[in-house]
Design a protein around this ligand. Structure first.
Ligand code: NAP
Length: 288
């Protein structure tokens, strides 16, 4: 077998997802399909890392067989001090979701930002005309907020169940366009009235039941508003928004694009997005 351009036999190339606890993930199927399509005999596996082993898990990535890794909850921030370099975008987000090994150096990237923006750009979004509302203030909300501010939105409301967390995120973003609120703040209705985009960046979409936004609040969105849920399946919020006639996007395009960007960092090759999309849809549907 010929050597790979990465200096080790291609069958030995590895990528992993670091997180804890790790349940089901679509990424191994999606990245595996992409590696196969590109003729790279590389693997993408899950590595459940208890907190006391994070430093050791990152050190393992320095082995010659590793191209890099993805990072998920709860390590997107905690992994940063263990890396050699952090790109400016990941510094601004304050989170790394992709580690790239390049010339022996471990570099922290954030592909959630590009992944989130992809379906909006593909749909021809005119960001400067939008006021946006984000529900949630965790790691994903942070990437979404940086993405929307850099894309040039006119205003951004961040509403979170724990209002202190929304305030902390607004402080960190330090941008006059940002307003933090509690999820049950009466001002949220006003923010929704003027919003062109509502993003659900909470984990609520994984649970069946009532939409995260009460029907009277959903009614406040203008008819041209887009409702974007980062959960990569139909959620009660998306169903309610579609029933109201609003345009909707779920989290699968974001998941595929953040994975495609990660693969391009690892391999230097153009990601086969259609192959990754098909594998992601099949893996998601097999789970439902
Ligand atoms: P996280 O850091 O743990 O934050 C979770 C957020 O959800 C917090 O704001 C939390 O509010 C809120 N939340 C959880 N349950 C809630 C409920 N029942 N009602 C209201 N708020 C609730 O997680 P994360 O990394 O930001 O991820 C958030 C979601 O984004 C997850 O569903 C994840 O799957 C999704 N995601 C998708 C992609 C993609 O590619 N499509 C990428 C990244 C993340 P409190 O602060 O009050 O606890």
């Amino acid at each position: 077998m010929a050597d790979s351009p990465f200096g080790v036999p291609p069958a030995a190339l590895r990528t992993v997802l670091l997180g804890h606890p790790l349940g089901h993930s679509i990424s191994p199927a999606m990245q595996g399909a992409a590696f196969d399509h590109l003729g790279l005999a590389a693997t993408y596996t899950l590595r459940d890392v208890p907190p006391e082993s994070l430093a050791e898990a990152v050190a393992t990535l320095r082995g010659p067989e590793f191209l890099g890794a993805n990072v998920t909850v709860p390590y997107k921030e905690a992994v940063m001090p263990h890396l050699d370099e952090i790109v400016p975008l990941a510094e601004r987000v304050g989170a790394v979701n992709t580690i790239v090994k390049s010339g022996g150096v471990l570099r922290g990237e954030n592909t959630d930002v590009g992944g989130f923006l992809w379906p909006l750009r593909a749909g021809g979004a005119d960001f400067a005309t939008w006021r946006a509302v984000i529900l949630g203030a965790g790691g994903a909300a942070r990437a979404v907020a940086v993405a929307l501010l850099e894309a040039g939105v006119a205003g951004l409301t961040i509403a979170n169940r724990t209002p202190e967390r929304a305030r902390r995120l607004a402080d960190a973003l330090d941008d006059p366009r940002v307003t933090p609120l509690a999820l049950d703040d009466p001002w949220l209705g006003g923010a929704l009235t003027g919003a062109g985009l509502l993003v659900d960046a909470t984990a609520a979409g994984w649970h069946a039941g009532e939409p995260i936004l009460a029907p009277d609040l959903l009614e406040r969105l203008p008819a041209h508003a887009l409702v974007y849920d980062l959960t990569y399946r139909q959620t009660p919020l998306l169903r309610a928004a579609a029933a109201r006639g609003l345009a909707t996007v779920d989290g699968l395009p974001m998941l595929v694009e953040q994975g495609a960007l990660a693969l391009e960092h690892w391999t230097g090759r153009e990601a086969p997005r259609e192959v990754m999309w098909a594998a992601a849809v099949a893996a998601r549907d097999a789970r439902q």
